[in-house]
Design a binder for this molecule. Sequence first.
Ligand code: GLY
Length: 388
Amino acid sequence: MAPRDASGAGPRPDVLVVGGGLIGLLIARELVLAGARVEVVDDRQEGAASPNAAGMIAPIAESIADQAFARISIRSRDLWRHLAPALEHESGMSIDYDDSGSLLPVLDPAGRPDSEGRRALDRIKALALDLGEAARDVGGAELRDLVPDLRPGIEEALLLPGEHRVDNRLAATAAAAALRHRKVVLHRATVERVAEAPGQVVAWGDGFERAAGAIVVCGGAWTPRVHGLPALPIVPVKGQMIAFDGIDWPFTGAIRTPAFYAVRRAGGRLLIGASVEHAGFDLSLSDEVSADLAAGAAAVLPALKDREPVEHWAGLRPGTPDPWPIVGRLSERLHVATGHFRNGILLAPLTARMIPPLVLDQQPDDPWLSIPEVMLPYRFTAAERLFS
Ligand code: GLY
């Protein structure tokens, strides 16, 4: 018979996932698919990364020009191709998944079409082709047909047709619905402390107490606030975004320039992002940042000039001292998956697939599911641990 925990809340789960952002929810889903009894606890933290992200699945345009990182990102993008329809099927709702690509107009950092911008895009194109990813130049009538509102004078762009985007809010809602259909319990509480005890590990917080066979902490920028974990060098990196309505260009993917990105949503919404601010847990909104984002976008997409943003928000990316997330075992029954910085939505499916073999002590059935050393929690020097 399954052991009961002290709270009397029913049979002890095999795994408790602490953090119900997209990564935590997808980890829970993979664990359930692997046969584990799973529960999730989340406190709907304001500013959490996954509901406040742009939803880009952009292994080349958003990745950090590092081949190893790009390869991992491409693998996760491939998983999204299967995950998106599966989540829609399991939840019975659309997640507004789009695979029309990223479009990078030829611009220099000051926003002028010129040869410096061309050279920068040629480097991105070469990286993409080296990695076996599609990349092609578009111009003239084809470019105008895709984005009729592009500023006159911008005649060329690089299209990365392998890049996707998703409505991250819908994806997380669908993942939670899919778990509920499978009778997974989703607790609402802030976990303040975790500790290993003989044969189990326990999480406590504001009236909440739950023992489990294992815990996976996916707390994003808030992960270091959970007592009982070793020091993890994670800092919040604020990103402010704005959105416009009423966009109807045929191109429904993401447009990127050195100054901003613009990501479509079903229903005519266009998200513009994002600032990168080291401001601790501050989530205040700045009119200046909003105006800068709007002006940067309107310089390339003049149709935005006379419109008012319909939304302005901020989220906190979990940053680490290097470009890599922190995924792996902390102690026998305690694991972590966080620190995905700008790439949480992109890397969510691969991260989720990496966790069940680790937690359930199974051999990964795919070499990509062996967590690379660059992601492991104990890779940091003492000085880097002080980062947080
Ligand atoms: N991934 C986009 C951002 O972090 O702004």
